[in-house]
Design a protein around this ligand. Sequence first.
Ligand code: PLP
Length: 440
Amino acid sequence: MVNRRKFMAAAAGAVAARAATKLAVEGGQPVREKPLRADYFGTQYYDEKEQQELMEVLESGRPFRWYGPGDKPPLKVLTLEKEFAARMQTRYTLAVTSGTAALIFAMAAVQIGPGDEVILPAWTWHSCFNAIVLAGALPVFAEIDESFNIDPADIEGKITPQTKAIMAVHLQGVPCDMDRILAVARQRRIRVLEDAAQSVGASYKGRPLGSLGDIAIYSLQLNKTITAGEGGAVVTNDPALFERASRFHDLGGLRPPHEKVVGRAQLDWFIGNGFRMNEFTGGVLLAQVRKLDHILAEVCANARRVYAGIRDLPRLRLRQLPDPEGELGAFVFVGFDTKERRDRFMAAMKAENVPARPPGGSVILPTQAHIERKLTVHPAWPSFNTTRGRSIRYGAACCPRTIDVLNRFAGVALDPKFTPRDTDDIVAAIRKVYPAVLAA
Ligand SMILES: Cc1ncc(COP(=O)(O)O)c(C=O)c1O
């Protein structure tokens, strides 16, 4: 019996040794039997709290945020706004239907319009470009650096007398280098709009993302840290910006509950929209925002385990992290000197059943055909009909460094519910594959 146990241990050791040396892509034993896969965050935490919020709205018969039957006012969205503002350390939150809508209202709040220019990263989500164009303004791209976020060094060269705002987009859970962005912006009296859609809950030097610029937005769509399927939020410390955003997301008037929030209305009616959040969404998000720190703690702990397990690898190149303490921890990215090496790494990781992917969740906007061609819903749209709008050129030529960076990195997506065994497998796969790819 003892002999048998010894034999089994020796055999297991031999398998482990083989797995450690011979890559699965070359016929060796893979690190895992089945592919590791990260899932959506927020929905994994749905439980009786979300159910109760939904039931309360159903039973009250008050699904509309501003009024309803009975004597009591609907309070889900209003309470969400209050708690979200407190969590993000901002004075005001406006809850809206999506992150895209939030961007549109943030643009309106800082009064960006025809003739204005807004600087945004060449790699981000469509909504950023769209919101600038929908405001009638002109998008101007800046390169990203190895943090995958806008490169502060490139922003300065893109500023013109028409530049009204910089969009600091905190992509894939990592904060932008806010000290440098804020310094450039303050010096030139330019607004900073933070887009924390992909980084809800992350922070920079101890302050929640979204609390550093003039105004900020979040997405609460399925892919994000917390979710009701769809949803978005605008935050700011400035009552005038909050009031303009609130009016513009609604019909143009200021509803009494929001008038109470700002104390006294400062603006007249103007032409608005209809992007109010409903009480069902508000209720689910209320339950979710109360779980945000728990979700963050779980995913961050997993990221820390992975970093700790690979940090000593010789010549390891990680994604640049302007504040490692503040990142969401949703991915661990490693870099190479060439695309060929990066692609070899991805193929080898896939064979180990620990897939690594290129940076995702965004697109290289200047290379999108409709953007290169400056297509809009109406031919007379103001963005591209000024002298500057006609002359600006998009396309790959305006973002070579962005394309290069994105070609050289690959990362493993983390899940807050990964077990220690899962994170050990990520560490084992990177330790096995990364040095082999560097050496090849
Ligand atoms: C950076 C960024 N901004 C804005 C948005 C828009 O958010 P939504 O999908 O909620 O409209 C997204 C969505 O993924 C995003 O990634």
